[in-house]
Every structure is written in structure tokens, then in C-alpha cells.
Ligand binder design. Structure first.
Ligand code: NAP
Length: 318
């Protein structure tokens, strides 16, 4: 699997998503996914303090599964580890949790459950526009200063706030922002299942293009939209995926993917992921699987690169 620079590190262009580990995805299966992923050369694993059990919210379920797996495999130093904190309490999404104390407490829990003394990149999972950007950057900086985060990033932030964060860190001599994590897939999303999520848009795309800020796109397969559409038609899509992605615009992208599939011999799933990892700024695709067979698409995507012409033919941004 291809790797590219992420700050001072080399991380696989595909990051394994672990949102359901310890919940819908039992530990034994999660371990099979992680073993298969590192077996194919992947090293980027993305988790968060709140991942694991969205049904009976309990903090750290996904992190505990990953921590036990790394301890048993003795591979912490070979994993590029990413986690997030400061998510609102599940079930009370309106109540922001981004005070310095809350974020630092989340980090402490993460390190404990991941059985490590640092993570490679630490993200604020959400923004809270009632708090000044400077305050949030000072909090992130404190985590970089004490060594618990090698790099810092933000997720679900608007481009205006990201620009402010970059400027604030530069003006105050703080740890710079290393990355942004928006929802980003080849499919254009019509409606979001969660209004607190922020998707890649033209303005954010131009920000990355101008600054070279690393992008990690989440839900990067649009929940398997193109593969399922190709294999089973609209009936194969769940209600949520249909509402979010079934549109004339995405049907037209599907048609262009089919042409590219014929030209390259690559699957539509791999091409859709390669669309992200072939952007003109460093982009990683965070992708989840629910069955071991689906991991093959991640391997294929990790070995696929599109030319700028192929990428823009699929969907031109910016
Ligand atoms: N920062 C944030 O706020 C945020 C938000 C969401 C996610 N994330 C991160 O991004 C990761 C990935 O998110 P995600 O799971 O929503 O993304 P995704 O990769 O777009 O969707 C994963 C789902 O797509 C389906 N799928 C996977 N491979 C497939 C294949 N080859 N063919 C057909 N369907 C396939 C599976 O669902 P089926 O069971 O339906 O087949 C799988 O569970 C998360 O685990 C997390 O690490 C971050």
C-alpha cells in the first residue's frame, strides 16, 4: 500500500476507520480487520474517544480494542495512530465539550485505553464557534507541548475557522495545525445525517490547495455507495445512503466511473477512494469495513493513483 508524508511520518494513503470497533463490530472481527490491514502494508489507524458503542454510549470502546491489539502484537511503533477528543456527549449533541479540562481529560482516557504515551495525530472532533479559535489552539498546543500529541488537527471545522487557527498559531508561536478531517468522498452528499458534520466544499478544497494542509477525508467510500449501486442498483442501498447520495449528479459520476473502470481494470470502489488520494494536496482516505472481504478494496485503492485528468473527469473541485 502506498504511503505518503504526514508531517514527519510516512502514513498509508488509506486509514482504517474504527468507528464501530467494540460495538457493532465485535473485538474478534476488529482484530481480523487490523491484522489484514497491516498485512497489506497499511499503518494508519483512525479512532476517537467516542467510537465503539453508539447504542449504549461508553467512552473508549474502540480505543480499548486497538490498545489491546497493539499490546499483543507489540506493534505500537509501527502504527500511525490517530484519535480525537472533545466530542459532545452522545445523546446530548448540542452540548459542546471543548473546554481545556474536557479535552485534556479525553486525551488522558485515550492514552490509557490505547496503552500508549502518545498519539501521532490528535484532533478536536468538533468545533464550537462560541469559543475563540485561539483558546482551542492553546488547548491543542498544550497536548503537543507535553508530548502526548505528535501532531494536532481539527475535524468538522469550517474553512474560515481553519484559516484563523493557522494564523493564530503562526502569530503566537504555537504548534501549527497539521491536518483537517472533513467528510470527503467522490459522491456528492445531498443531505447529512448529522448537522454537526462538515463536508469538503469548494472553499475548503481551495484552502488545502493554497496551504498544502493535509486532508483526511472521513466516510470516504460514501458507505460503499458506488459499489453497491453497481452491483445491486438503488435497491441495494440502505434508506440513509439513498437519501444522502442517490441523485442525478452521483448517477453521472457512476457513469464516468464505469468508463474509467473499463480503461484501467480497477474496481469502482478502488477508483472512488483513489479519487481522494490523488488530490493536488496530501489527502488520506479514512475508510471503514463491515466484512473482511471488503478490505480487498482498500488494498486495491492503496495501489491505485489517478492522473489529474482522470481525477477531474470524475469530479472537478475548486
Ligand atoms: N471525524 C468525524 O467526525 C468522522 C465521522 C465519521 C467517520 N469518521 C472516520 O472515518 C471512518 C470511516 O467512516 P465510515 O465507516 O462512515 O466510512 P465509509 O468507508 O464510507 O463506509 C464504511 C461502510 O461502507 C460499506 N463498505 C465498505 N467497503 C465496501 C465495499 N468494498 N463494497 C461495498 N460496501 C462497502 C460498509 O457498510 P455495509 O455494512 O453497509 O456494507 C462499511 O461499513 C470511521 O471509522 C472513522 O474513523 C470520522
Amino acid at each position: 500500500m502506498r504511503k505518503q508524508r504526514f508531517g514527519g511520518y510516512q502514513a498509508s494513503v488509506i486509514g482504517l476507520g474504527t468507528g464501530e470497533f467494540g460495538g457493532k463490530c465485535p473485538e474478534s472481527l476488529a482484530r481480523e480487520f487490523m491484522d489484514a490491514f497491516v498485512g497489506m502494508g497499511g499503518n494508519f489507524i483512525d479512532t476517537a474517544r467516542v467510537y465503539g458503542d453508539f447504542v449504549t454510549p461508553r467512552d473508549g470502546e474502540s480505543e480499548k480494542v486497538i490498545g489491546r491489539w497493539m499490546a499483543e502484537r507489540h506493534n505500537r511503533d509501527r502504527v500511525f495512530l490517530s484519535t480525537k477528543g472533545g466530542h459532545p456527549a452522545l445523546g446530548a449533541m448540542w452540548k459542546s465539550r471543548l473546554s481545556r479540562e474536557e479535552v485534556r481529560r479525553d486525551m488522558e482516557g485515550s492514552l490509557n485505553d490505547l496503552q500508549t504515551d502518545h498519539v501521532d495525530v490528535y484532533w478536536l472532533h468538533r468545533d464550537d464557534e462560541s469559543r475563540p479559535v485561539g483558546e482551542l489552539m492553546e488547548t491543542l498546543h498544550s497536548l503537543a507541548e507535553d508530548g502526548s500529541a505528535r501532531m494536532i488537527g481539527v475535524s468538522n471545522w469550517k474553512p474560515r475557522r481553519i484559516r484563523e487557527a493557522i494564523a493564530y498559531a503562526a502569530a503566537h508561536g504555537l504548534t501549527p495545525l497539521s491536518a483537517n478531517q472533513p467528510q470527503f468522498s467522490l459522491a456528492v452528499q445531498r443531505v447529512s445525517p448529522d448537522p454537526t458534520l462538515t463536508a469538503m466544499d469548494g472553499e475548503t478544497w481551495r484552502l488545502h490547495r493554497e496551504t498544502g494542509l493535509v486532508c483526511c477525508g472521513f466516510s470516504s467510500q460514501a458507505h460503499g455507495f458506488f459499489t453497491k449501486l453497481e452491483q445491486g442498483g438503488p435497491e441495494a442501498l440502505s434508506g440513509n445512503v439513498k437519501r444522502a447520495f442517490l441523485s442525478e449528479e452521483n448517477q453521472a459520476i457512476m457513469d464516468r466511473l464505469t468508463v474509467l473502470k473499463r480503461e484501467t481494470g480497477r474496481s469502482v470502489g478502488a477508483l472512488a477512494l483513489a479519487y481522494l488520494t490523488s488530490q493536488p494536496f496530501p489527502t488520506f482516505a479514512l475508510a471503514g469495513v463491515s466484512r473482511l472481504s471488503q478490505i480487498e478494496t482498500l488494498r486495491e485503492a492503496g495501489e491505485t493513483a489517478l492522473t489529474p485528468a482522470q481525477r477531474d473527469m470524475l469530479r472537478k473541485m475548486g
